[in-house]
Design a protein around this ligand. Structure first.
Ligand SMILES: C[S@@+](CC[C@H](N)C(=O)[O-])C[C@H]1O[C@@H](n2cnc3c(N)ncnc32)[C@H](O)[C@@H]1O
Length: 294
């Protein structure tokens, strides 16, 4: 096994084959475009969350060399890289799945580069996992649930594929500051404009993710909060995202003159946030849900 570092592999072009899974996510095109620059344009925020949580897991959650892990809707294997960074060696197995081919290509490049033997990466829809029942000791679904068409169905699939007594770590934003910065920039230019939409925003609310796990049939679910503050180069990556085409809908119908003021408005909102919090501060709900049995 090669040395572990936090960088993601260079992207290969997304494959068109993934498009037949498009109907299972609210934003298939969005993730296809994002896959080439995922780590930078998220400011590594999703990595920071899960890495930090895995470093101080609740006492009843096991992550060790015997773990059989599913990194579900994994992006470019964010939680897998975090788990490997904590363990410093390969566990018994990690199955990485995501329905965006470009994300899986990124993970596969990393697997090839590191010569990992126990980690596989496949394009797969979280609504219908092509994985056997009662398989995993730990499933991680990091900041992905709100992107599913049918979150309950996806959680039932996680439950089915966990071993009795197995655990799912599921996270969702509690404070998605990117949205707040975009809203501030929008209203500073066009006070009356339609605010940038965040799909399934109900997951920001206290208890919604935990209740989803219980509704799916998990025997118990506990909720924790994790915080990350994005600074320096990572903040620059997030700024690129907020200024770029993936947020174009926030400027929909604007004049050229208004749109030209967008980067400065984003910078002003970032400056305000940094003055308050020393960077862009984001918070997430981390839910630990357990399947019945032992
Ligand atoms: C916000 S990203 C999070 C990625 C990763 N878990 C992380 O921590 O960075 C959401 C991911 O969910 C994937 N996704 C959305 N709908 C999916 C579905 N129905 N099946 C599998 N993956 C899906 C997207 O392709 C994207 O990679």
């Amino acid at each position: 096994m090669g040395s572990i570092n936090f960088s993601y592999p260079v992207n290969r072009e997304p494959n068109i084959a993934a498009q037949n899974l498009s109907s299972s996510s609210s934003f298939p095109e969005y993730f296809k475009k994002l896959s080439s620059a995922y780590s930078r344009q998220t400011g590594d925020s999703t990595f920071n969350l899960i890495y930090s949580f895995l470093q101080h897991l609740p006492a009843d959650v096991t992550l060790n060399e015997q773990s059989i892990i599913h990194d579900n809707a994994a992006g470019p294997g964010t939680a897998t890289i975090a788990a490997m960074s904590v363990l410093k060696k390969e566990p018994a197995k990690i199955v990485v799945t995501d329905f965006t081919q470009g994300m899986i290509d990124n993970m596969q490049s990393r697997i090839d580069q590191e010569q990992w033997k126990n980690i596989t990466a496949s394009v797969m829809d979280s609504h219908e996992l092509a994985l056997p029942d009662n398989t995993f000791t730990l499933t991680i679904c990091n900041v992905s649930t709100s992107t599913f068409k049918d979150p309950l169905k996806c959680m039932q699939e996680i439950l089915r594929t966990l071993q009795p007594g197995g655990v799912c770590i599921n996270s969702q934003w509690k404070k998605f500051t990117v949205k707040d910065i975009i809203h501030k920039a929008q209203t500073s230019i066009r006070p009356d404009c339609k605010l940038f939409n965040m799909p399934k925003a109900e997951f920001l609310n206290d208890g919604v993710l935990r209740d989803l796990m219980l509704d799916a049939g998990f025997a118990e679910a506990a909720q924790y909060v994790e915080t990350t503050i994005i600074t320096d180069e990572a903040m620059e990556g997030l700024r690129e995202f907020m200024c770029g085409n993936l947020t174009a809908s926030a400027r929909s119908g604007w004049t050229e003159e208004e749109a030209a003021r967008w980067p400065a408005a984003i910078d002003a909102a970032i400056e305000e946030e940094t003055a308050d919090n020393g960077g862009i501060k984001m918070e997430a709900w981390m839910v630990v849900a357990r399947k019945a049995g032992s």
